[in-house]
Write a protein that binds this ligand. Structure first.
Ligand SMILES: Cc1cc2nc3c(=O)[nH]c(=O)nc-3n(C[C@H](O)[C@H](O)[C@H](O)COP(=O)(O)OP(=O)(O)OC[C@H]3O[C@@H](n4cnc5c(N)ncnc54)[C@H](O)[C@@H]3O)c2cc1C
Length: 362
């Protein structure tokens, strides 16, 4: 393992640093303002050649190794710029399971940010046990008609498209009766209701109600009943190491907190430093393995768990160091509570590790 930049990586990093300096102050970095401007930030990053770097050229990417995403995350964190929008898991989901026609129609807009997306998987009664979802899609001629209730749908208020899981067959085993659809958020029969987070943010996610929304049959991703396979691809990539590149953001928060301390740091801050450093090195090892063609499958659950521990250790450090006196740092603490829930809870990750990596209870 050689963690130093290659000459090409160093040139990319330099170009990015210069560009980030020019963007200083143009885009909000937190709160509702960040979420409201996230689309502009996405398009600005893409336009300058710093977004979608590892994705296929055919769809507007640059096909660079995933380490370039980490460089982007590191430099963004150093510059104090807004976080890189995260949607790689949707690109991978559509890339693996969508037809060529769907990929050509939807991937370029998803990657360049001209079309915004959300992920409609979770429901009030189906989160960890996603296979028990009750939203239905019933075929009517050349369309499916959707009824149901999705919740915790990130970016639903600004989304043009939603990747929806819905039940198309009630007669087969739970997970075999689910299909995936690309649904326009601008059609009749769809209501989007914002949800307020503990941090006060109202723009990050909402609930989406489908009452007779229609979707053309050609917008089904894969064949009827193949929605579960797509869901598994999407959730396993939500935990992938290159998305963990934002460990750089945790490092920056730890440095920010350290600068507020006179004398010996609180124990929580020292622990956060240890965790952040551990995660940084772990991500680099994962990326080296990825470059060698090693895929990780269920090991993504280890990555997700490590990331959660780190984010929550940093959150506790913020609380121990500045309390509630700094809204941004206190916000980091509050947001960290969500990390053990989103993208699959910590308990579910531990179940996967126990069963699929350690072979326990099978
Ligand atoms: C910030 C954020 C963003 C999100 N974005 C999206 C999104 O864009 N799209 C989307 O579809 N969803 C999204 N979600 C939803 C997320 O995927 C679910 O919250 C998550 O899967 C947990 O489901 P649940 O909330 O229904 O909790 P439940 O599944 O009801 O779990 C409740 C508790 O029971 C535990 N538990 C459940 N089953 C088991 C088990 N078998 N073994 C041990 N413990 C168990 C859980 O670990 C948890 O502690 C988001 C969530 C958050 C917090």
């Amino acid at each position: 393992m050689d963690f130093r930049d290659s000459p090409e990586e160093a040139a990319f990093r330099d170009r990015l640093r210069t560009w980030l300096t020019e963007q200083k102050g143009k885009f909000p970095t937190s709160g509702d303002e960040y979420w409201a401007a996230q689309g502009d930030w996405h398009r600005a990053l893409y336009g300058a050649g710093f977004f979608g770097t590892s994705w296929p050229k055919e769809f507007g990417g640059q096909e660079l190794p995933p380490v370039y995403d980490v460089i982007v995350d590191e430099e963004i964190a150093k510059a104090g710029a807004p976080a890189r929008p995260s949607l790689g898991y949707l690109v991978v989901g559509l890339g693996h399971h969508g037809s060529k026609e769907l990929q050509q129609r939807f991937l370029p807009g998803m990657i360049n940010g001209t079309e915004r997306w959300c992920q409609g998987f979770s429901e009030p009664g189906a989160g960890s046990d996603l296979a028990s979802l009750t939203t239905t899609a019933t075929r009517d001629g050349d369309e499916y008609v959707i009824h149901g209730h999705k919740v915790w749908t990130s970016y639903s208020d600004v989304a043009d498209w939603c990747l929806v899981l819905a039940r198309t067959d009630k007669e087969v085993a739970k997970h075999k009766g689910i299909s995936a659809f690309i649904v326009s958020m601008h059609r009749p029969g769809i209501e989007q209701r914002p949800l307020k987070m503990i941090s006060g943010v109202t723009k990050e996610f909402g609930q989406v109600l489908f009452d007779g929304a229609r979707v053309p049959v050609e917008n089904m991703v894969g064949a009827p009943g193949e929605g579960w396979k797509l869901a598994m691809t999407v959730v396993s990539h939500e935990r992938e190491p290159s998305t963990l590149g934002f460990s750089a953001r945790y490092g920056k928060l730890v440095r920010q907190l350290s600068s507020r301390v006179d004398g010996p740091p609180p124990e929580a801050l020292s622990w956060a430093w240890v965790q952040t450093e551990m995660l940084r090195l772990h991500v680099r090892r994962r990326l080296s393995e990825q470059l060698d063609g090693i895929t990780h499958g269920p090991q993504g659950s280890l990555d997700k768990l490590l990331m959660t521990w780190t984010e929550q250790a940093v959150g506790h450090a913020a609380l121990a160091t500045v309390g509630t006196s700094d809204p941004e740092l206190f916000g980091a603490y509050m947001y960290s509570r969500a990390q053990s829930v989103m993208g699959g809870t910590s308990q579910i990750q531990k179940n996967i590790i126990a069963q699929r990596i350690l072979g326990l209870g099978v």
